[in-house]
Design a binder for this molecule. Structure first.
Ligand code: PEP
Ligand code: MN
Length: 495
């Protein structure tokens, strides 16, 4: 399967201890579903995956900034025209603000088109059934069981449903991007119409107007493609990702290909790329596709980027075993329980040849713990010589429960971990290279954003949380709070 890793196969994880295992009532049925998924086409292509590897390598060299963002977990019901449009719109809006502040290309990786499974801290949970508290198996995500307490038995058919929902999602995202949705003429339709704060609207409109002007200018003086109908943002690179938790599913979509083989990339217009560069890329692509004897790699074709969660990163565990054989760029969540020596051992396993573009470390300690752990991890990784992209996830270490029992996060705490991370990286003589956020552009029927996180410029208060609390997993920043955070990050990038 993978010539460069002779002791690895897509199924070698099966002999290792498996954290967060799902107990299916019928293993034969599970294998039957997995065999079907194995026969289905890839969702993404090796050449797209290779392209993202190159872009992550650019992030590692401080030549680009990574935006990893989306829902904590997608649901099958949320796979609708309106939701997908506003999710993509929010990611594009935030990336535009970051481009403006950082004057850097943004590598956009959505938590989308496959982010269904959730790790849980307990196998069971207490739920309200007709006013009575009942202990039932925990909800593990739409690809495992149902949120309805009556549907908590894991059903393998849900993995197949996850494949088709991912395919439908990806198809629509590709179609939107190929139709010019990312064009600077569109920001008004990226659900900005629903932002109620006049200051936020004005700030965002000023940026898009200035960017449009800058692009027009560079087109006039011949610095960017001259075609009147295309701006560098008419089509943008956009990548998909999810936590690689359900290894049977991931194995079924792991395919051997010669390096970078496959059909067209997710787009043809790289931001700022010249016609000459594109021609060169095309030639290289043709050579790769025709190459004989090119060593084959194992590509996970369910998403461009996958990450290992903080609960499944055991050095000798099944997840690390599976991930070590992949060619995809991978992320590792790094929480306070990760040791300095352990992080290097993990990097040695995942990236023994220290290849650029392969590993992204997504740190998530909590605002109160970042100063204690991040410097240790930075020092250990630097001493090891491992190339990594340093990304801050200011969400997962900052979840709290209100006295009324609602799971939430405070904008101020999220911002505190983020700004501390910027500062600590700078003190260590390097840069924070990306952010990983849980946000949503989702609106209710009346066009209002969700109310799941506290604070932000809208000053959301505890008693307002239940107004439009729609997540069935972790609390997400809403549209306005996400723009607030984007402006804050953008300010840091400008410094
Ligand atoms: C997540 O990113 O949704 C998640 C569960 O993160 P972590 O593994 O860092 O807790
Ligand atoms: Mn989450």
């Amino acid at each position: 399967m993978c010539e460069s890793k002779p002791d690895w196969t897509p199924s070698s994880w099966r002999t290792k201890p498996f954290a967060q295992a799902v107990a299916y009532p019928d293993d034969a049925k599970l294998e039957q579903v997995l065999a079907k998924i194995k026969s289905l086409p890839p969702l993404v292509t090796p050449s797209e995956i290779e392209r993202l590897r190159e872009q992550v390598a650019a992030v590692q060299r401080d030549e680009a900034f990574l935006l990893h963002a989306g829902d904590c977990a997608e649901s099958f019901d949320a796979c609708t025209h309106a939701n997908l449009t506003s999710k993509l719109g929010l990611i594009l809006s935030v990336s535009l603000i970051l481009i403006w502040g950082g004057r850097l290309p943004i590598v956009r990786v959505g938590r989308i088109a496959g982010q269904y499974a959730k790790p849980r801290s307990s196998p069971t949970e207490l739920v309200d059934v007709d006013g009575v508290k009942k202990e039932v198996p925990s909800f593990r995500g739409d690809n495992v069981n149902g949120l309805d307490p009556a549907e908590r038995t894991p059903d393998p058919e849900r993995l197949l449903a996850a494949y088709f929902h991912s395919a439908a999602t990806l198809n629509y995202l590709r179609a939107l991007l190929a139709s010019g949705f990312a064009s600077l003429d569109h920001p008004r339709t990226w659900s900005l119409a629903h932002v109620r704060s006049p200051e936020l609207r004005a700030e965002f409109s000023a940026i898009t107007a200035a960017l449009s002007d800058a692009l027009d200018f560079s087109r006039v003086i011949g610095l960017s493609p001259s075609s009147a109908s295309t701006s560098p943002l008419d089509e943008v690179d956009f990548y998909t990702s999810h936590e690689g938790l359900m290894l049977g599913y991931e194995e079924a979509l792991t395919r051997a290909f010669p390096q970078g083989a496959g059909s067209a990339k997710i787009n043809s217009h790289q931001q700022g790329g010249t016609e000459k560069q594109k021609q060169k890329e095309k030639q290289e692509q043709e050579q790769t596709d025709n190459a004989e004897g090119t060593p084959s790699h194992a590509y996970n074709t369910s998403a461009h980027f996958l990450w290992i969660g903080d609960r499944t990163r055991q050095l000798r565990g099944a997840h690390v075993e599976y991930f070590r054989g992949l060619r995809n760029p991978v992320g590792v969540k790094v929480g306070p329980s990760m040791g300095g020596a352990e992080i290097v051992e993990l990097l040695d396993i995942l990236n023994p040849d220290k290849e650029p573009g392969r590993v992204t470390l997504i740190t998530r300690y909590g605002a109160g713990k970042v100063a204690e752990h991040l410097p240790t991890h930075i020092r250990a990784v630097r001493a090891s010589g491992h190339p990594v992209a340093w990304v801050c996830d200011p969400m997962h270490g900052n979840t709290q429960t209100t006295p009324a029992g609602i799971k939430t996060r405070h904008f101020g705490t999220i911002l505190a971990e983020l700004t501390a991370s910027f500062r600590i990286h700078a003190e260590c003589g390097q840069r924070l290279q990306g952010v990983s956020l849980e946000f949503t552009g989702e609106l209710n029927e009346e066009g209002f954003s969700v109310t799941e996180c506290l604070g932000g410029s809208m000053g959301l208060r505890e008693e307002q949380l239940s107004l439009r609390y729609q997540t069935f997993c972790d609390p997400r920043l809403n549209f306005e709070q996400s723009l607030d955070l984007a402006f804050a990050v953008s300010d840091y990038l400008r410094k």
